[in-house]
Write a protein that binds this ligand. Structure first.
Ligand code: ATP
Ligand code: MG
Length: 573
């Protein structure tokens, strides 16, 4: 491609709308343009990189034995009603109406569609295992679309769905996808770490997310330096802290006045009750019913763990009015002593705690000498707290660390939730009708592309790994007169490099050298071959890797040098 013949609108400044570096570079390097919040147009350069990521994904899915299909994005709500997600996924579902005013939904994911297909077409154990995948546009009504392609309303996902006749085979399907994902991200030049993930309401089954460490990531990963443990904070556990220590002497609970105390901290400072001696009381609404959640005062609730413990489809913190209605007091004086008629979920750390302090459900009062098991009707105990950095790993006994990361992929053993709901049953070896065991596997293709930029850049621009670079070589001609020696050599190298299978762009714009070099760096092409009148007169061509030292060579050596560099900088799985 000749630069003058394509459209690469580079920008000197970052548009104000972009908050994170990869979003800024997507715009500055002329890869995408925003239509409106959460909707982007891929420009020629961005599309080339996207197609390269897609090709890697496709090759690895094919290699893993998955079969490519293409499903409708427009879907009948009836199948969503069958799975229950018309209600449970209602927040992300886009609805559209046709001319007859009939409702349709735009697919945020495709379990319902693929399971309907398998229900119709697969009826004997002999037909399994099977894994279908597609690369397709998804629609999600995100509350907060942001960071460019990272969280968009419309984005490209690779989604795969495995169906197996027995559990062992389902685990093997899961493993195949897990391994394929590791290869895909490595081939994209991305460092993506598999971490244990929350399995949510479905429980039991296993799940991993592939996370790209990045300060701007929206997830938190708890990990152990040894590399033997990594989990999404929504799922992570630790050894500590120990359970609440019982007090030496714990008489009956008694009420005391705590005027103006609103927080754990207030009580700690003004009444000398350490946070770990306090019981934190939260009120949530799960599927329209209030529940009380108890944690040690110095702990934070992990909502995903509460959601899993409750098995609730919809979960939210109660508002002040709901709280007063449930407990008769304002936040600051809440407690669970003597409460009945509302389910109480307590964090495991509180087990055996006595001599604790909690709100009295009377504004401006607390209770001391509380013995949890004696005074509170705890319905369920569960791990509900968020792990804190420095606590010890359950597997390695080493201190845990926490860092932010971008979720680029997700593998999930689903079990039979969808196959049961949508009737994807088959006859097993004994002629018995049983549901197939499913797994689902997603890669955010557009998010992955941006994650590459988030991980691979410097102050001058993108640094594309050679595997996903829109062009691998940029030939920068500094004299663009068609018959000049410079252009003759540039054209020759262009043809030769392309004949060797490389993607080449020839910068034939009549711009100043500085502008051309800057644009090439901003766009992140892995190798630049600079050809100028003066250096050529001295018999020199400049080969400049995007990162690394300039190589000076003669025109005859240029092709060999470039090929050698690519050999040494191949991105392997
Ligand atoms: P998130 O927690 O970031 O909202 P998710 O867990 O809901 O994502 P999945 O349903 O697991 O997403 O979808 C598979 C993959 O699709 C994700 O791992 C992510 O890479 C990508 N993805 C999900 N939502 C978006 C979005 N709004 N924009 C771009 N990519 C997305
Ligand atoms: Mg996910």
């Amino acid at each position: 491609m000749r630069w003058s013949q394509t459209f690469i609108p580079t920008l000197k400044e970052s548009p104000a709308e972009a908050e994170i570096i990869s979003h800024k570079l997507l715009l500055r390097a002329g890869l995408v343009r925003k239509l409106t919040g959460g909707l982007y147009t891929f420009l020629p350069l961005g599309l080339r990189a996207l197609k390269k990521v897609e090709a890697i994904v496709r090759e690895e899915m094919d290699r893993a034995g998955a079969l490519e299909v293409f499903m409708p994005a427009l879907q009948p709500p009836a199948i969503w009603a069958k799975s229950g997600r018309l209600e449970t996924a209602k927040d992300v579902l886009f609805h559209v109406k046709d001319r007859a005013r009939k409702e349709w939904v735009l697919g945020p994911t495709h379990e319902e569609v693929i399971t309907t297909l398998v229900a119709d077409e697969f009826n004997s154990y002999r037909q399994f295992p099977v894994n279908f995948y597609q690369i397709q546009t998804k629609f999600r009504d995100e509350i907060r679309p942001r960071f460019g392609l990272m969280r968009a309303k419309e984005f490209i996902m690779k989604d795969a769905y495995s169906f197996d006749a027995d559990d062992e085979s389902a685990n093997a399907s899961y493993r195949r996808m897990y391994d394929a994902y590791a290869r895909i991200f490595a081939r994209c030049g991305l460092r993506a770490i598999p971490v244990q993930a929350d399995t949510g309401v479905m429980g039991g089954a296993h799940s991993h997310e592939f996370m790209v460490p990045a300060e701007t990531g929206e997830n938190e990963v708890v990990y152990c330096e040894s590399g033997d443990y990594a989990a999404n904070i929504e799922k992570a556990t630790s050894q500590g802290p120990a359970t609440a220590t019982p007090a030496d002497d714990c008489g009956n609970s008694e009420k005391f006045e705590t005027p103006g105390v609103k927080t754990i901290d207030d009580l700690a400072k003004r009444f000398d009750v350490a946070a770990e001696r306090q019981i934190k009381t939260l009120v949530y609404v799960a599927d329209d019913k209030p529940v009380i959640v108890l944690l040690r005062g110095d702990d934070q609730l992990e909502e995903a763990k509460l959601g899993a413990a409750l098995g609730a489809a919809a979960l939210r913190a109660a508002g002040d009015v709901e709280i007063v209605k449930a407990l008769g007091a304002q936040p600051g004086s809440l407690g669970a002593v003597g409460v009945d008629g509302i389910s109480v979920y307590a964090d495991e750390v509180l087990r055996g705690g006595s001599g604790m302090v909690t709100g009295a459900n009377d504004d401006g009062y607390h209770l001391r000498n509380v013995n949890i098991e004696r005074d509170i009707a705890v319905g369920d105990w569960a791990d509900l707290r968020q792990v804190q950095a420095g606590e010890l790993c359950v597997e390695t006994c080493q201190p845990l660390k926490i860092r932010r990361a971008i979720e680029v992929g997700h593998v999930f053993k689903l079990g039979t939730k969808y196959s049961e709901a949508l009737g994807a049953t088959f006859l097993d070896e004994n002629g018995k009708s049983v549901p197939s065991i499913m797994g689902c596997y997603g890669i955010g293709v557009t998010r992955t592309l941006q994650a590459v930029i988030e991980q691979c850049h410097d102050e001058s621009g993108v640094i594309w790994p050679t595997s996903v670079a829109p062009y691998q070589v940029c030939i920068t001609a500094l004299d663009v007169e068609p018959e000049s020696e410079v252009m003759k050599l540039a054209n020759l190298l262009y043809d030769e490099l392309r004949a060797k299978g490389l993607d080449v762009i020839l910068d034939d714009r009549p711009s100043r050298p500085g502008v051309k070099f800057k644009d090439s760096e901003l766009a992140g092409f892995p190798l630049r071959i600079g050809i100028g009148e003066r250096s050529l007169a001295k018999g020199n061509v400049e080969i400049k890797p995007r990162v690394g030292e300039m190589i000076l060579c003669s025109p005859d050596e240029a092709l060999g040098q470039a090929l050698e560099w690519f050999d040494a900088n191949r991105v392997e799985a």
